[in-house]
Design a protein around this ligand. Sequence first.
Ligand SMILES: [Zn+2]
Length: 532
Amino acid sequence: MFEVKSTDLAGRIGRLRTKSGILETPVLLPVIHPSRQTLSAGIIRDLGFHAVITNAYIAKNNCPKNSRKKGIHKTIGFDGIVMTDSGGYQVLEYGDVNASPESMTIFQEDIDSDIAVVLDKPTGARINRKYAEKTVKETLKAAEKTLKTKSKRNILWVGPIQGGIHLDLVSQSAQEISQMDFDILALGSPTQIMKSYQFKLLSSMIIAAKKKIPVNMPLHLFGAGHPLTIPLAISLGCDLFDSASYMLYARDDRYFTDAGTVKLEDLSYLICTCPFCSSHSLKELLNLEKDKRIDAIALHNLHVLMKIVKESKEAIREGRLWEYLGSKARCHPRLWEAFRNLSEHIEYLEDGSPLFRSKAVFFTEPIDNVRPEVKHHRWRLEHNIELTKPVLLLLPEVEVRPFYRSPLYTAISKVLMERENKVQVCFIVPTFGLIPLEISDIYPLSQYENSYKPDSYDDISLAVNEDVEKIVNSNTINEIIILSDGVFSRNLVEKIKTKIPLSIVEAENGDFQKTIDKLIETLVKIKPKPQE
Ligand SMILES: [Zn+2]
């Protein structure tokens, strides 16, 4: 049913099989109104959207006979994949609806949806815990009723997860619904949280749900059609999104951009290259009648959302979703806050991050020091690498990769080879910590780019200090030699000194040969291994 093709962070590209075709995820499903849609479903199809979502509850109230007779695809005029929501949103808005989970199950089967949703009880952003508990319970009950009622086998059924801002309830809800026989799960009612840009809270809700559901289970995020929400939700492992936002914002003259939304009146140009924006001026757009203007902006908004989904997918394929999300995060302080907070969840993100990829890993600022690749290196260093030779030689990071090809290492390699079982060589790399020579060609230890050269490792690389202290405390070595280019942590030097003999060879600024001579002078004092 659902097959994962590639992953990066917790994001993935997958293939979801439905009776009307295969849907590649992550995917955004534009919301189509069953009877009052102005921008036709055909135009939306032509834009490249293979799936849409419409509201079965509204169809049941407005045009039940017609929908049953023609089926939902013909009713809305869309020949791709049609998902139907079942009125949960109306429950959230109006408190209750005039339908039962059973009747909505039968109706969605009657109109032949491809993907159908349980009529749930959304928690929304309510703080009242008792109420939240009640919605979780009622949603689970509705889910049971739906599974008992359904009779067709070719519809994918979506089980909703509720709990809202109560993360333990989200976990509990996700765990219980995972044990039922659903094809897709959906995280309910984050709309208000997204509207108020609470991206950090949204991340926590998604992660709380994802941790409890099986890896091969697709997750839908209700109402997540905002340019800034999509990259975050995709990075955290959401696979499907629906959104009415392209239309709702258009009605308010709000124009989507890569960086968020902007009021038309605040623009000087149509800053987009979609067909409409390429062939019209801002003035022409402003002069359109209100209805036509809404459709024009909605069309443009859909282009922007489509572009963001495609960019996210490409970033997953190339293994640079971290960089992509980081670039988006700079567009809004709340998103940046959520991005920074991912450092709390690196283990969760690390699972999906590929061990190898064709692109270099970029480090542009200290937050990048927590990216999953670093976490993975640190885990490997702690669990898989034994640094037990008696002398530890610490060399500064050099430009040439892998490090063993560098002029620095080449110049001292003969002396070191003669002392192979005596000297452990490690390079000091602020972003990763220590990199032992032997593994310096493993990805990404020789495929990374650093934008900064620190003045001191104290403030930016706790990793280096941690590694050195660990080795010193392990009692397996009895001497440390540091080739210092002036930025090695003074604090650390003071600490090591009290525990272990330490030689610091200061690099000669600008005189490579002199530096090498000084270093070799120190190294030759180590007795070589006996000749065989
Ligand atoms: Zn445009």
